[in-house]
Design a protein around this ligand. Structure first.
Ligand SMILES: *[C@@H]1O[C@H](CO)[C@@H](O)[C@H](O)[C@H]1NC(C)=O
Ligand SMILES: *[C@@H]1O[C@H](CO)[C@@H](O)[C@H](O)[C@H]1NC(C)=O
Ligand SMILES: *[C@@H]1O[C@H](CO)[C@@H](O)[C@H](O)[C@H]1NC(C)=O
Ligand SMILES: *[C@@H]1O[C@H](CO)[C@@H](O)[C@H](O)[C@H]1NC(C)=O
Ligand SMILES: *[C@@H]1O[C@H](CO)[C@@H](O)[C@H](O)[C@H]1NC(C)=O
Ligand SMILES: *[C@@H]1O[C@H](CO)[C@@H](O)[C@H](O)[C@H]1NC(C)=O
Ligand SMILES: *[C@@H]1O[C@H](CO)[C@@H](O)[C@H](O)[C@H]1NC(C)=O
Ligand SMILES: *[C@@H]1O[C@H](CO)[C@@H](O)[C@H](O)[C@H]1NC(C)=O
Ligand SMILES: *[C@@H]1O[C@H](CO)[C@@H](O)[C@H](O)[C@H]1NC(C)=O
Ligand SMILES: *[C@@H]1O[C@H](CO)[C@@H](O)[C@H](O)[C@H]1NC(C)=O
Ligand SMILES: *[C@@H]1O[C@H](CO)[C@@H](O)[C@H](O)[C@H]1NC(C)=O
Length: 458
């Protein structure tokens, strides 16, 4: 059960509103053993990287146009087999159907990169409309998989339930696209995200959705490609709300995401560091529950973030961590050079607009965070380095304010208010690097701040 305060009502303190997801009516106890299975990608290396199966299932449509299945129960219980396959330029619709999938995937790479064993596999420039349907999987399988350039799946008014490892709700890979509206997903298993992309990229457009995952590694959005979420309520019991691996893009509008493990969002590169990762939240809320969880975490990546009219609620008091680190394939801890010898620091820019934020910025081991407050934003917090030297820059426009909660040492400090009266120092000091180009305007001067602190060069 996902119990949340609806967006916009929080300040009215009306209490919590209960939102129903498929875990409310599924027999969770019957799936306990299934959900305890771990995806063992990192020990057996996932198996062959190229497709070794003929993707097939009892409802198989190849080069088939104009078919619609309605008001039927479609099922299979077999390993490495789908229930419905729609492929080779087909156009097939499913309406008011119940799909039940049982049976395991032998190789994780086959399931991940090609959708072997997915309940519904739409591939190779095919189109499917799936509406008013229930899709249930056990033993680890994607509910709906889209594969290949030109493949598009339109999903509406659908409930997705899954148990077992790697049972993502909506899963797009090989350039496939899924458009979903009014859906609910629950997964109990390991590495079973609600909305996921995979190599070389999948495109997910999700609106009006409720997503709840219980397992480790199971995010609301796992971005590999592009994820667009609008009006999504997401709860991840043992995962971040968002994983993003590489130079991917995640764009969220009016989402309310709550995360239970690692951080609110985790942007990383599992191989060499890439630049161009993007993340934005508009009119949204992000909540992290763990006492060590940052809202936004970055490792081995160069990323740009935008937060517009967004609330962040952390238990840890940490807004941003940038680290020379990545998440491992076990998805429950951060690791560095011991697992990836090419690991590099994170470089992050965050633009905050129309938002009031509280919490700290922490740059680990050579990482940098450039933090811009603009358009009537406010920030209460400080910034510091951990595990060696980090690089911190703060940029305030004249409409934004900063309330210090500790002394802070910045590499760059830029303020659109030339009198610095938008800083409430509380007696704390800001020191700035006198050699940095960004600080030339300060001309090495020391400035008194309201509240008794000072701005001074080092
Ligand atoms: C795939 O189908 C082809 C043609 O029907 C067949 O020759 C081949 O043996 C099948 N491969 C597998 C792995 O089943
Ligand atoms: C499938 O659904 C689409 C969208 O509603 C519709 O345009 C198309 O005609 C449908 N095809 C069939 C065979 O029902
Ligand atoms: C299906 O996969 C499971 C799990 O790997 C295995 O135990 C079982 O023997 C397989 N079934 C068949 C018919 O191969
Ligand atoms: C998609 O096309 C590839 C390349 O031709 C082929 O290997 C694969 O079997 C096809 N997938 C499906 C589901 O038909
Ligand atoms: C995905 O797109 C890339 C770039 O256009 C292309 O090279 C590749 O063949 C596509 N993959 C599939 C499975 O369609
Ligand atoms: C799916 O099944 C559940 C349980 O029977 C039901 O409550 C729900 O309305 C169904 N969803 C759809 C879209 O038919
Ligand atoms: C922050 O989140 C916690 C945990 O969900 C919740 O109890 C608390 O009310 C939230 N605080 C605000 C100000 O929304
Ligand atoms: C920072 O990175 C190191 C090395 O990967 C890792 O051991 C540590 O857990 C990370 N800490 C955080 C808070 O990211
Ligand atoms: C700091 O990061 C470098 C790579 O950027 C890495 O080699 C080193 O092990 C890291 N140190 C710690 C303590 O994590
Ligand atoms: C500091 O400013 C320089 C340009 O003057 C820029 O290259 C660097 O990324 C900035 N660093 C931070 C942490 O703001
Ligand atoms: C700020 O700097 C002044 C001048 O060096 C010093 O007296 C004061 O103790 C500093 N404040 C804090 C909180 O460290």
């Amino acid at each position: 059960m996902t119990t949340l305060v609806l967006l916009g009502l929080a300040s009215l303190a009306l209490g919590s509103v209960t939102i129903v997801d498929p875990s409310n009516y599924a027999d969770l106890a019957a799936d306990t053993a299934d959900n305890a299975l771990l995806a063992n990608y990192w020990t057996d290396n996932g198996g062959p990287q190229e497709l070794i199966y003929n993707i097939t299932g009892p409802y198989y449509f190849s080069a088939t146009d104009g078919v619609a299945l309605a008001h039927q129960v479609l099922s299979v219980d077999a390993n490495d087999t789908s229930v419905v396959v729609i492929t080779e330029d087909s156009a097939v619709n499913l309406s008011y159907v119940t799909v039940v999938k049982e049976g395991y995937a032998t190789w994780l790479n086959q399931a991940s990169f090609f959708g072997v064993n997915a309940a519904v596999n739409v591939a190779n420039a095919s189109t499917a409309y799936i509406d008013h349907s229930n899709i249930t999987v056990h033993d680890g399988a994607a509910n709906i998989y889209a594969y290949g350039t030109g493949s598009a799946v339109y999903v509406s008014d659908v409930d997705l339930y899954s148990s077992g490892p790697v049972s993502h709700g909506l899963y797009a890979a090989g350039n496939g696209t899924i458009y979903a509206n009014n859906i609910r997903h629950y997964s109990g298993g390991n590495r079973a995200s609600s909305f996921s992309g995979d190599n070389p990229g999948g495109y997910l457009y999700v609106t009006d959705a409720v997503a709840h995952t219980a397992g480790i590694g199971s995010a609301t959005f796992y971005t590999l490609g592009k994820s667009y979420g609008t009006d999504v309520v997401g709860r991840t019991d043992q995962a971040p709300s968002v994983f993003s691996d590489g130079a991917q893009s995640s764009v969220f509008v009016r989402v309310d995401l709550t995360a239970g493990l690692l951080a609110g969002t985790v942007l990383f590169c599992s191989a060499d560091r890439q630049s161009g990762a993007e993340l934005s939240f508009t009119d949204s809320r992000l909540t992290t529950l763990g006492s060590d969880m940052a809202a936004l975490w970055f490792g081995n990546v160069i990323a740009d973030v935008q937060l517009v009219a967004t609330e962040i609620n952390t238990t840890s008091g940490i807004l941003v961590i940038a680290n020379s680190s990545q998440v491992t394939q076990a998805f429950d801890y951060f690791a560095g050079s011991e697992e990836n010898s090419a690991i590099q620091p994170a470089e992050v820019t965050v633009l905050v607009e129309e938002s009031d934020l509280r919490g700290d910025l922490v740059a680990y081991n050579g990482s940098s965070i450039a933090w811009t407050l603009a358009s009537y934003s406010s920030w209460t917090g400080t910034a510091y380095s951990a595990t060696g030297k980090g690089y911190l820059g703060v940029y305030l426009d004249e409409t934004s304010t900063w309330t210090l909660t500790d002394n802070v040492e910045l590499i760059n400090f830029t303020n659109g208010d030339s009198t610095h009266s938008n800083i409430i120092s509380g007696g704390y000091n800001i020191s700035y690097d006198v050699t940095a180009d960004a600080n030339a305007y300060l001309d090495g001067t020391t400035v008194s701040l309201s509240g008794g602190g000072i701005l001074f060069p080092y």
